[in-house]
Design a protein. Structure first.
Length: 93
């Protein structure tokens, strides 16, 4: 029987959109969700599902999106006015 890794691969593909502004927020969230779902399936049914590396990579890329946004927001709140303008939050400058 062939193991399915569709959910894990979907997580990886969605996570790979981390570099596209605005779309990356949606894709990052879905990448994290699908990655966790895939890891749960792999742990529960190891004979039926595989793709642990794809799932973990998708989760990491999805988290990278939020780490980048939080870093930008933090820099903005610390007084880096140019960062505020670049991330679309000029009212915080």
């Amino acid at each position: 029987m062939k193991k399915s890794k569709a959910t894990a691969v979907a997580s990886f593909i969605l996570g790979s959109f981390f570099w596209i502004p605005l779309i990356n927020i949606i894709c990052g969230t879905l990448a994290i969700h699908l990655g966790v779902k895939a890891l749960t399936k792999i742990k529960k049914y190891p004979m039926k599902y595989s793709g642990k590396l794809f799932a973990v990579t998708g989760i990491i890329l999805g988290l990278l999106v939020y780490a980048t946004y939080l870093t930008g927001l933090g820099m903005c709140l610390l007084g880096f006015k140019e960062v505020c303008n670049n991330v679309g939050l000029p009212f915080l400058a």
